[in-house]
Design a protein around this ligand. Structure first.
Ligand code: UT7
Length: 325
């Protein structure tokens, strides 16, 4: 019996041109290239130019995704933008992207689940597409974390970067068997007891300021691998697939040690891991689509491949998805 699935038609990404290296950071805070590479795997990150907004990054990524999918912007009836660094408190940054694309129909809204935003977005759009409310959607992860970093705090400022990635998704009838393309399963979790471990110390209703990112890095690290592997096991259980069936593992890119530790615990072959954290740092909601684009652009990911996505971040929020490309 055929089933409706949310199929990913194409992806696109955008990185600001300014590269900030570990060596440069070592001139402004008490750190070193050696420490950053050894503890995180990060070599460099991108920084948005003055006046370059999250919506600008998002629009570039959206246009690239539409071109890759070979679809017209006017065929999009839903835009979901996952971000924790919106242009303004409101309106949603998604409506700026909508206007930038010249779309005046359908709906556009922002989604806030910090580093898990892209996986949360996949699940949200999947529900809306399969429910029949919309036909073709853009999911964008876009961030300008450079604007909320405390550049005097070496424990956080070396970890994050700016960037955007997007996918075009469409509701399609699939045969209802193992060859089905699209999203096969999504699993979302959160636990607000951990909200003080990774947060921004400002906001419209608390301080009336934007605030800066604060993190108990060691505590986040301590929870990350267990939470990631737990929710991935849920995705395996729901589909019957195992680590051996995965063609590509495209994780949230926060720290190479977390990624390698999760893959090891899950029994995923290291050769199947897509890593971009070395070049982008942690770009929060943008990190998964940036990594996905990388492996699609260089043709590692091919039609029919089974891809495992996962993320974990502030809240804590975490989640996993299985997609057949
Ligand atoms: O997207 C999800 C959100 N974030 C994450 O997933 C990040 C999770 N956490 C991590 O990735 C790691 O905990 C960090 C990379 C943040 C830190 O690595 P760690 O191995 O957990 O180091 P640590 O926090 O235990 O710090 C070790 C030492 C400390 O010095 P003492 O107390 O041992 O004297 C830090 O003060 O390293 C020091 N340190 C640094 N040294 C040089 C902290 N930051 C730096 C730095 N450069 N940038």
């Amino acid at each position: 019996m055929s089933v409706t699935r949310s199929v990913i038609l194409g992806c696109g990404c955008y990185l600001p041109s300014r590269v900030l290296t570990n060596e440069e950071l070592a001139h402004t805070v008490d750190t070193s290239d050696e420490w950053i590479v050894q503890r995180t795997g990060i070599h460099e990150r991108r920084i948005a130019a003055t006046g370059e907004l999250t919506s600008d990054l998002a629009l570039h990524a959206a246009q690239a995704a539409l071109a890759h999918a070979k679809v017209d912007a006017q065929s999009i009836d839903l835009i979901v933008l996952a971000t924790s660094t919106p242009d303004n408190t409101f309106p949603a940054t998604a409506v700026s992207v909508q206007a930038g694309l010249g779309i005046t129909h359908g709906a556009a809204f922002d989604l806030q689940a910090v580093c898990s935003g892209f996986v949360y977005g996949l699940a949200t759009i999947d529900g809306l597409l399969r429910g029949g409310m919309f036909k073709r959607a853009l999911l964008i992860g876009a961030e300008t974390f450079s604007r909320i970093l405390d550049w005097t705090d070496r424990t956080t400022c070396v970890l994050f970067g700016d960037g955007a990635g997007a996918v075009v998704m469409e509701a399609q009838e699939q045969p209802g068997n193992a060859s089905d393309r699209g999203l096969l399963t999504t699993h979302l979790r959160s636990d607000g007891r951990h909200k003080q471990k990774l947060y921004v110390d400002g906001g419209p209703s608390s301080t009336g300021t934007v605030g800066h990112l604060r993190m108990e890095g060691r505590e986040v690290f301590r929870h990350a691998v267990a939470m990631i592997t737990d929710v991935v096991e849920d995705a395996f259980k729901a589909t019957g697939y195992t680590a051996a069936d995965i063609d590509w593992f495209v994780p949230h890119q926060a720290n190479k040690r977390i990624i390698d530790g999760s893959a090891h615990k899950l029994g995923i072959d290291p050769g199947k891991i897509v890593i971009t954290v070395d070049r982008h740092g942690n770009t929060s909601a943008a990190s998964i689509p940036l990594a996905l684009c990388d492996a699609i652009t260089d043709r590692r990911i091919k039609r029919g491949d089974l891809i495992l996505l996962e993320a974990m971040g502030g809240g804590f929020t975490w989640g996993a998805a299985l997609v057949r490309w």
